[in-house]
Design a binder for this molecule. Sequence first.
Ligand code: UDP
Ligand code: MG
Length: 321
Amino acid sequence: MKTVALVVPCFNEADVLNMFYDETMKVIDSLRDEYMTELVFVDDGSRDDTLKILKELASRNHAVKFISFSRNFGKEAAMLAGMEYAVKADFIGILDADLQHSPDIIPEMLRFVDKEGYDVAAANREDREGEAKFKSFLSESFYKVINKVSETKITESAQDFRIMRKDVVKAIISMPENIRFSKGIFSWVGFNVKWIGHTNRERAAGETKWSIMKLAKYAIDGILSFTVTPLRLSFVFAVICAVMSFGSLIYAVIRNIITPEYTAVVPYVLTGMFFIAFLLLLVTGIIGEYLARVYTEAKGRPKYIVSQTNTQVVYSFSEDD
Ligand code: UDP
Ligand code: MG
């Protein structure tokens, strides 16, 4: 029988966990003939009764696994821990504990990855019902910026709610970076994705764990993890300074030709100033280019990811030498 593991990051979700469990178990039971499903809860350092409830569920049902963090490490870390455990299953899913991600579409997602040849079936948010206007505006602006400056395209409406084949999860957990921005990682690893329209439900109970500060940090992580473009700003400023330097020189020379008695030194001083600024920024930009390379190398991402092959393509040092 094929196996499925559903990863559920939980941070202070005691109010909603039992509801989540009941609703998700209904879906899991309906799939029982074809799939053996585990629920992998990751308690991300909750300070309420989340862990207590998880232990209780686990004692009732051995398909419930839990991993409890020593403190709050954030949803990204929780998803990673869940995936690292769950990668032994054939299909791995991720969904929020608050029932905003409707478990009802899990069978449809499974059909796409198991029967229709897709590697990933992911939810695509259809509208932003129940989200504050200001938050939507910030979020839209963020995705506009990141898609302008980064080579990895990130769909604004793409959600973490998804089911993936084992190979996809292997690729995701093979990315060793510490600062993780899953929306970017999901897109970076590629594969054949089936998008499924999904409208987020209202949170069943409890409240959102994302403060404006947490979201701002998340946005900055996203941009810094997937682009080195900000490091290139120096070059833009260098060009501006070069133009200013040249401009003030031309101005001074022409002034001198037209009115030979003109003796002001300010334009020449400006020329020199802008020229020195240009040189400094140029050097800063060059350092930035090296830094960008160091940064890219330091992330240690795989150089490629194979989706299918009929041979062994991975060269391993450890086997023969
Ligand atoms: N979450 C987590 N760690 C955190 C913040 C959130 O594991 O530091 C979990 C949370 O329990 C929920 C999911 O991530 O299952 C999404 O969080 P939330 O519903 O608060 O976010 P929103 O839906 O408002 O974007
Ligand atoms: Mg939520």
